[in-house]
Design a protein around this ligand. Sequence first.
Ligand code: GTP
Ligand code: MG
Length: 240
Amino acid sequence: MNLGIVIPTYCEEETIAALLQTIQAQVPDARVLVVDDSPNERTADAAAPFLDARRRIVRRGAKGGRGSAVLEGMRQLLDQDVDCIVEMDADFSHPPAQIPDLANRLSSEGLDLLIASRYLPESKITNWPASRRVLSAASNRLARAVLGVPVRDYTNGFRCYSRPAAELVTGSCGLGTGFIALSESLVALYYRGFRVGEVPTTFVNRSRGESSLDAGEIAGAVRGLARIHRLKRQLMRDGA
Ligand SMILES: Nc1nc2c(ncn2[C@@H]2O[C@H](COP(=O)(O)OP(=O)(O)OP(=O)(O)O)[C@@H](O)[C@H]2O)c(=O)[nH]1
Ligand SMILES: [Mg+2]
């Protein structure tokens, strides 16, 4: 199976080199695309020694949001010969060792979207302060109550998409540009009948670099949730 991996980055110069190296060791044949919105060259410079024909970086020049970076990366990977696409963060919160398992399970279980979930009985979250746990648990509960897709983790950006799912997402999503895009693609796929699954993961809080989650992101997510709720109702009507 030909695997593509998209990694959105915003000021990840402290982790990107080690991540690219680890990914190369885990899945040497994967095509990797870093989509970097950093305001300086530092992330691109740190990545440069680990780039080649299969592992590339695109710089967009302005902060466009995690979701929009992933859409851009997926579009570019779909131009190449990939059967599935993994999205993951650059800060080692998403263990690269799980990448092969995500891709294999997606295929063997005939799924279109497989979410590495922090909220299944065997999942683990390490080093997350109580404030982040509460925020994440509350936003997941709210998203599930409003959007109704029967998964536990709407907001972990460690996922694997089949090629048809990635095509649907790049062709139809874009209501929200930040973290809320994860909920949008979930709704867009699930209510069109794509098969969605979850597996446990271990989420490790970032130990280096800086968080890009701020009040603006959270406000954007709340506004985005209302728009995605309208999308859900429209898809349910269309399917009825
Ligand atoms: N290209 C791009 N990447 C982004 C943007 N915002 C965040 N990212 C990346 O998206 C991923 C997730 O962002 P994080 O800052 O780790 O967000 P988080 O995991 O919710 O919060 P912390 O881990 O606590 O910092 C990281 O790889 C970021 O570098 C953006 O506007 N553009
Ligand atoms: Mg993070």
